[in-house]
Design a protein. Sequence first.
Length: 172
Amino acid sequence: MNIAKTTTIQSLSLSDARTYAWSAAFVVCNIALPQLCHLVPGGGLVWLPIYLFTLVAAYKFGLAAGLLTAILSPIVNNLGFGMPPTAMLPIILCKSVLLAVAAAVIARKVGKVTLWAVAAAVVAYQAVGTFAEWAMTGSLAAALQDIRIGWPGLLTQVFGGCLIMRLIGRRG
């Protein structure tokens, strides 16, 4: 998948109004997509939908947009819809922030959207996030759930994230 020709990286700052506009759009997407996935029993566990647009925000627009999306998406979803459950909120927030940081750092180093770099961001946040969840819950089985059950969601993050960034790149 060669998307580097059409997809560039922008690092938006907190003083740039576009940071808030893009972040708001991604938070809305991170609210809508989980709602759709939760229509299917276990859909959230399989598709991990709350992370997709956090990945796109951080990779495409930088750490500020990524962190805004990473923090606001789970909180707004929890307050509005009870998902993720309050007990899971710290873990989801931790993994969301890890994803935003990994995606922003890798994107800045690579300078363009490539499948391997997006995959590296997903692997990085999952690796660190798995250990963080294990430390928070004391359960290795729970910590490995995103990999064991959520592998379709992880693949969607990589391929879907690249596709979304390519589509945004064509419009921007």
